[in-house]
Design a protein around this ligand. Structure first.
Ligand code: ADP
Length: 321
């Protein structure tokens, strides 16, 4: 839900297309990325303090910005991931807030998907992958031997780049998780879960008359919403999304972005996106990764209008590479 005075995703999208920025638009220039950015010359006391912070953090190789939040759903401390000898993620420390969207941006190969996969132990499935450091979900270590990885993946659902419905009916796609986790008390209960999940995923009206038809028969955008319905059906706390719109056209993308905005009223969402415009539209916090390091994290509006690390600034102004 949007806070009073906060823009909706639709309003942000309209502002993107008309070039009208936020409250400081008069002082900003448009970077090559098309985003509104502040001129880099900083004169205020706050700017000087930011510069000092940036210089000190950069010298120490630390993440710039606010890595921790109050009452996080996930708390990650000094997380490292190795693929054999490759050190893909380095000492990443960050919290994930409840009922908020955290966007992860950065150049290809910087470790965004690797970090995302840490959160529901998907890296366990990659031969040779090794994860160190601490990741707690609601205060419990997800790597603790007593933790059931199947349960973790139900609590932390994942939506992939390419929609991947099961070769089953629309109904059975959504019913699959509740069935294997024993969440429904009978057929009527299961029907209710399927209906509610499809409604929350914004798909019910389009599929209610064809629930027995194949999930793979839907359009790409509908398939992705079906995958979101399937994720929601097991009542997760967190939804991970790995570039969920990259295979979709602009209209289907807009529907998913609107849906993300609605879903954050109920879930924490962590999204990897290559689109900075998308990150700016849908997220409240943004994390910038570079070559396995978490360079900067903070409120999305602040990161995009006043990046504190040179590498973040270079990336979002299009100077990177
Ligand atoms: P991003 O999502 O930012 O594009 P990734 O997390 O996919 O980056 O990759 C981070 C680094 O780890 C890259 O150098 C990539 O080549 C490497 N990597 C990713 N997955 C594997 C894997 N399964 N085996 C070996 N190396 C991998």
């Amino acid at each position: 839900m949007n806070q009073p005075g906060e823009q909706t995703v639709q309003e942000r999208r309209r502002a993107d297309s008309t070039g009208a920025g936020g409250s400081e638009s008069g002082q900003r220039h448009r970077g090559e990325s098309g985003l509104n950015l502040k001129p880099s010359g900083r004169t205020s006391g706050a700017a000087a303090a930011a510069l000092e912070e940036r210089t000190a953090a950069q010298a120490a190789g630390q993440t710039v910005g606010q890595t921790s939040v109050e009452d996080p759903v996930f708390s990650c401390r000094d997380v490292n991931v190795y693929y054999g000898a490759k050190h893909a993620l380095k000492n990443v420390t960050i919290d994930v807030a409840r009922k908020q969207v955290l966007a992860m941006i950065g150049p290809s190969g910087c470790g965004k998907s690797t970090f995302l996969r840490c959160l529901n132990r998907m890296n366990d499935t990659i031969p040779g992958a090794r994860v160190t450091g601490s990741i707690t979900l609601d205060g419990l270590d997800i790597h603790d031997k007593r933790q059931d990885v199947v349960q973790i993946r139900a609590r932390v659902g994942m939506v992939f780049q390419k929609p991947n419905p099961f070769p089953k009916s629309i109904y059975d796609n959504v019913a699959y998780g509740p069935r294997i986790h024993g969440l429904a008390r009978g057929r009527a209960d299961l029907d209710e879960i399927v209906c509610t999940s499809l409604q929350r995923a914004g798909l019910w009206d389009e599929v209610k008359d064809r629930l027995t038809g194949p999930g793979t028969g839907l359009s790409g955008g509908q398939q992705q919403r079906l995958c979101i319905a399937r994720t929601i059906a097991v009542q997760p706390e967190v939804i991970l999304m790995d570039e969920p719109c990259s295979a979709l056209d602009p209209i289907a993308t807009a529907r998913i972005e609107d849906l993300i905005d609605e879903l954050r009223a109920s879930y924490a969402i962590v999204i990897v996106t290559h689109s900075m415009q998308q990150a700016a539209r849908v997220s409240q916090r943004t994390a910038y990764f570079h070559m396995g390091d978490l360079i900067e994290v903070g409120e999305t509006d602040r990161v995009f209008t006043n990046p504190r690390h040179r590498l973040t600034e270079d990336y979002i102004t299009g100077r990177f590479g």
